[in-house]
Design a protein around this ligand. Structure first.
Ligand code: ASN
Length: 316
């Protein structure tokens, strides 16, 4: 069993510094060696460290591409993959890998930790061991291993900022992978994607600005799909439609998802061709918009891509 481990940074491989925890080379590598030496990992592990190691707060879509490229380049040389990553943007990277790694035929297990391996009581070694096990035994697809649970890579979100069991995900009938005849990489060229959250009395000037300056928008609306139906909201969403800027709406509720059309107060979105993001996470909506804009050049094709269930991001 050959496993590729792509180390990107994150708390798992950090050390304490005068400025707080920061990534340090060698921490994850030493932990893998200790698991091999103790017989807890029997696999042949190739470690690829991305430089510079980052706190995942610094990650950009360019980093998703680097990780995907690295996995793709080693596709013939590995039976499974582990990605060690910071937890803050782990859900975005997992979702991006689902969409970028076309024709994935092996498990890709994304993991991290809430306490560094270098700190007593860390959850890092347990997560690393479980991720290496999962990379040898799971079904093909992008999964997140955290606190003993294996979660769907396109449905996961960080739900706790300090507990070890920090991730939650709904399930899906559809595997977290982009089906294709041949292994390949889907194109991603970073785009300007804005995210606007509606509030009582929202500052729609911000939305209007985003419509004029972004290539795509994620609208975080209320409950099952409502938003304030004001003249300003209508003007901004109308202009997005006129400019052919795709807009996808997702719910601010972490569970249950949207059902655009339930309430008349969602009419402003339906009138302006806003895509119903159903029960997709906001993280996945952002990633999917990036990929929709990169893969397709027309407004209609982009909206069609957003509507379709690509990698099990919709459970409903
Ligand atoms: N700030 C860290 C990161 O996302 C948090 C962590 O990994 N637990 O890199």
């Amino acid at each position: 069993m050959r496993i590729l481990l792509v180390h990107t940074g994150g708390t798992i491989g950090m050390c304490d510094t005068p400025n707080g925890f920061a990534p340090m080379a060698g921490v994850v590598e030493d932990a893998v060696q200790s698991l091999i030496a103790s017989g807890e990992c029997a696999a042949d592990v190739m470690i690829h460290t991305l430089e510079p190691l980052i706190d995942s707060a610094q990650a950009t879509p360019a980093d998703w591409i680097r990780v995907a490229q690295c996995i793709h380049d080693a596709s013939d040389a590995s039976n499974g993959v582990v990605v060690t990553h910071g937890t803050d943007t782990l859900a975005y990277t997992a979702g991006a890998l689902c969409l970028l790694l076309a024709g994935l035929d092996k498990p890709v297990i994304v993991t991290g930790a809430m306490l560094p391996l270098t700190v007593a009581g860390s959850d890092g070694l347990g997560n690393l061991r479980a991720a290496l096990d999962a990379a040898g035994a799971s079904k093909p697809g992008v999964w997140v291993q955290f606190a003993g649970r294996l979660l769907h890579g396109a449905r996961v979100r960080k739900s706790h900022s300090s507990a070890f069991d920090a991730f939650a995900a709904e399930t899906s009938e559809v595997a977290p992978l982009f089906a294709a005849d041949h292994a390949g990489l889907n194109a991603l060229s970073p785009q300007k994607v804005g995210v606007f959250s509606v509030t009582p009395g929202p500052c729609t000037d911000v939305l209007a600005f985003a419509v004029d300056h972004c290539d795509g928008l994620v609208l975080r609306c209320y409950g099952s799909g409502t938003a304030p139906d004001t003249l300003e909201m209508r003007a901004a969403l109308g202009r997005a439609r006129q400019r052919k800027i795709p807009v996808i709406a997702v719910s601010q509720c972490p569970e249950g998802g949207m059902k655009l059309g339930t309430y008349a107060a969602g009419q402003v979105m339906r009138d302006n061709n806003v895509v119903d993001g159903r029960d997709m996470t906001p993280e996945m909506a952002y990633v999917k918009m990036q990929v929709a804009l990169s893969l397709h050049s027309t407004y209609q094709a982009r909206c069609d891509f957003l509507v379709q269930n690509q990698v099990g991001e919709f459970g409903l």
